[in-house]
Design a protein around this ligand. Structure first.
Ligand code: ADP
Length: 355
């Protein structure tokens, strides 16, 4: 690593009542408030169209703000041009210029700023050294592996000495194997550089693997902010429980609750169950072998086949337990769970259901 390469100081981002309205109707980003700690890895997560990229682009200055503010370390940057904000963007599949060498890709923005050739090559070379790519500085992107291209893209973003790095689905165009390798590398670089990273993804798995803080968005609003552990174990709403996966949403007289699929137990009908366990009757509709566990699909007893998804449950049974007591399609069973495993969920707002 080259000690002469600049190490910018990380910054916190604060978003206040940020709104983006492209047209009439529901805003793409609807008055969100968010604080992202300096030096943390934040993932904006949610289904396609929920407003993640628009939020990121407003932080970057690539999209105008309808109302609200973006602050970087208490400085209001809402109306500053992208290049003056202290942020830099890394795009999907890295978006390197194919006709330029790694060195010229990294030096590109300095060329735009009018920095002299010798100086920009020195600074670009130092950054490529820093990401362990100095020896391949003369290669074009097509002559580099996916991992090497990612490091060049990182160096190209870092050349402007950003205090916050913004990443817009940087891994989504890669094949699954490379994506897992690259995300481990991104995480390492974030820790090593100590910068604030804000990473947009629609993949729960990617966000869980990378984030210190996950921000789950839906319909332009924030559903939940928390560590991956908090969000997975205490989903705040039906939407988060369903979107994160691995949860059953069970309607109870007190309102909907979430119970993890590995926390629901299954017993043949007629078997006596432990005292004080909430329970329901169901029929096995699907048996999927998954290796270390078997995933059972179930339908609540008495609900017709075409009933809404709220009557569908999943139970994850460890392979050994399933082998000891297998269940087959059509079996009538009882599902039960320890009361402390059930977490109350916020129901969707009426306008979200209508959308
Ligand atoms: P995500 O990144 O979560 O997939 P986006 O932020 O790209 O979502 O989009 C949020 C909403 O704003 C979507 O309904 C999308 O169609 C709309 N949108 C995004 N960009 C534009 C644009 N340039 N003009 C009009 N509508 C847009």
């Amino acid at each position: 690593m080259d000690a002469t390469a600049p190490t910018p100081k990380p910054a916190a981002i604060e978003i206040v009542a940020l709104t983006k309205r492209y047209a009439q109707g529901r805003p793409a980003v609807d008055g969100i408030d968010l604080r992202i700690a300096s030096g943390s890895y934040c993932c904006l997560l949610g289904p396609s169209g929920c407003g993640k990229s628009t939020t990121l682009r407003m932080i970057a200055g690539h999209e105008s703000v309808t109302s609200g503010d973006v602050l970087l370390d208490h400085r209001n940057i809402t109306d500053l041009p992208a290049a003056a904000r202290g942020t830099a963007m890394m795009f999907q599949s890295f978006a390197l210029f194919p006709h330029l060498s790694a060195l010229d890709n990294v030096a590109f923005s300095l060329r735009m700023k009018g920095v002299g050739r010798a100086e920009r090559q020195r600074r670009a070379g130092a950054l490529l050294d820093r990401v362990a790519m100095g020896h391949l500085a003369g290669r074009k992107p097509a002559e580099l592996s996916g991992g090497q291209q990612q490091r060049v893209a990182l160096a190209r973003a870092l050349i402007t000495e950003p205090r916050v790095l913004l990443l817009d689905e940087p891994l989504s165009a890669l094949d699954p194997f490379l994506r897992i390798q690259m995300r481990a590398e991104l995480r390492r670089w974030q820790k090593d550089l100590g910068l604030t990273f804000i990473h947009v993804t629609h993949s729960q798995e990617e966000a869980m693997a990378l984030a210190d803080t996950m921000v789950v968005m839906n319909h332009g609003r924030i559903e939940q902010v928390g560590s991956p552990h908090e969000v997975y174990n205490r989903p705040a709403s039906e939407f988060v429980a369903r979107f994160m996966g691995g949860h059953n949403v069970i309607q109870t007289p007190e309102g909907p609750v979430g119970v993890r699929t590995d926390h629901v137990r299954i017993a043949p009908l007629g078997q006596s169950l432990p005292e004080g366990m909430p329970q329901l009757s169901a029929e096995v509709t699907d048996v999927e072998y998954q290796g270390t566990y078997v995933l059972l699909g179930l339908r609540q007893a008495g609900t017709p086949r075409s009933a809404s998804a709220t009557a569908e449950y999943s139970v994850m049974v460890p392979e050994d337990a399933f082998a000891a007591r297998p269940h087959a399609l059509g079996d009538a069973v009882r599902l039960y769970w320890a009361p402390e495993r059930a977490h109350p969920l916020r129901s969707p707002a009426p306008e979200a259901v209508a959308a």
